[in-house]
Design a protein around this ligand. Structure first.
Ligand SMILES: [Mn+2]
Length: 315
């Protein structure tokens, strides 16, 4: 619980903060904000991530201080793992024998750490970091508010996803009062794409296929190379497929250099796509998941669609 987390923080001086590999807005924003909260409490803290900060989050306050590494070095007294359901998903080595604190809002969150604060009612991990900061009485700077607002905005799909309620807006209000600028945060995320991303979207829309409540598309490795696209340029393209009114489930296939495919699955809620992804050795949430599938494209699509047609249903 929150009190246990605070007690463990108060006992120590040097902290490492991290989150899952291929970090999203909640992972980055919450880790950056939590790091500043700890520093405001007089602690030493560093954010260490396995992957680079994606382009759209690079303008967040203190994003330039994020350390990218495969292995943890240094005398940290504890590691705080945010928005992440296992040590493995951080893809960082050297965490195993450290004192671990987990802060997560996922319903699938497992108590893998020494101290676990998992609150599935929190709409984003950012909400939990906000509560931690307030409980600690830490000075709440505009920079911290900006990181948390960005995390909240992205993790709620710009306040559109299931679970958004009056508390979400109350939190947004607190963050704006503390100095977050909503228009600036939105601009940095939604009007900051690379050209490559739009070129990939072009190919994805050209390749779009639909079948009843299912829709899917793909981009080839060759197309990725032609536009010097990075993995992160594919982020969110699946949502365009899901935006079709009749579509309940969308799949996006990205060809990897080795000819396999990375599949992103999205659901509007009637089908649990986490369970489908798990069948292929992936995972995620009911409405957003991912998995690897062997190529070539035709067989990858056939296998995934077979599962999607069959269910299993959430209801
Ligand atoms: Mn989150």
């Amino acid at each position: 619980m929150l009190q246990d987390v605070l007690r463990q923080i108060e006992r120590r001086d040097r902290f490492l903060l991290t989150s899952h590999a291929r970090p999203d807005g909640d992972a980055i924003g919450s880790a950056l904000a939590c790091c500043q909260v700890l520093r405001a409490m007089g602690k030493q803290a560093d954010v260490v991530l396995h992957d680079a900060v994606p382009r759209v989050y690079r303008s967040l306050p203190f994003a330039d201080q994020v350390v990218q590494a495969d292995r943890i070095k240094g005398g940290y007294e504890a590691a705080i793992i945010l928005e992440c359901d296992s040590v493995h998903r951080t893809r960082l080595e050297g965490l195993e024998d450290r004192f671990l604190i987990s802060i997560d809002h996922h319903i699938s969150g497992r108590p893998f750490a020494h101290v676990n604060w998992i609150d599935p009612h929190a709409v984003a991990t950012a909400e939990m970091v906000f509560r931690l900061a307030r409980e600690a009485g830490a000075r709440f700077s505009p920079e911290i508010a900006t990181c948390l607002y960005t995390a909240l905005m992205t993790d709620t799909g710009s306040f559109m996803f299931q679970g958004v309620n009056q508390h979400t807006f109350a939190l947004a209000q607190e963050l704006v009062l503390a100095g977050a600028d909503p228009a600036h945060c939105a601009r940095s995320i939604y009007f900051a794409h690379s050209e490559a991303k739009l070129r990939l979207l072009g190919e994805a829309l050209r390749n779009l296929k639909t079948e009843g409540h299912l829709a899917w598309t793909w981009v080839s490795h060759e197309h990725m190379q032609r536009w010097a696209a990075k993995d992160e340029d594919c982020e969110g393209l699946v949502n365009y497929v899901l935006s079709i009114g009749e579509v309940e489930v969308a799949a996006f296939f990205r060809e990897l250099p080795d000819g396999r495919f990375r599949v992103s699955l999205r659901s509007k809620g009637k089908l649990d796509v986490a369970r489908v992804a798990e069948r292929f050795g992936g995972g995620g949430h009911e409405c957003a998941s991912g998995c690897p599938v062997d190529g070539p494209l035709a067989s990858a699509v056939r296998e995934v669609l077979q599962r999607l047609r069959r269910g299993p249903s959430v209801q």
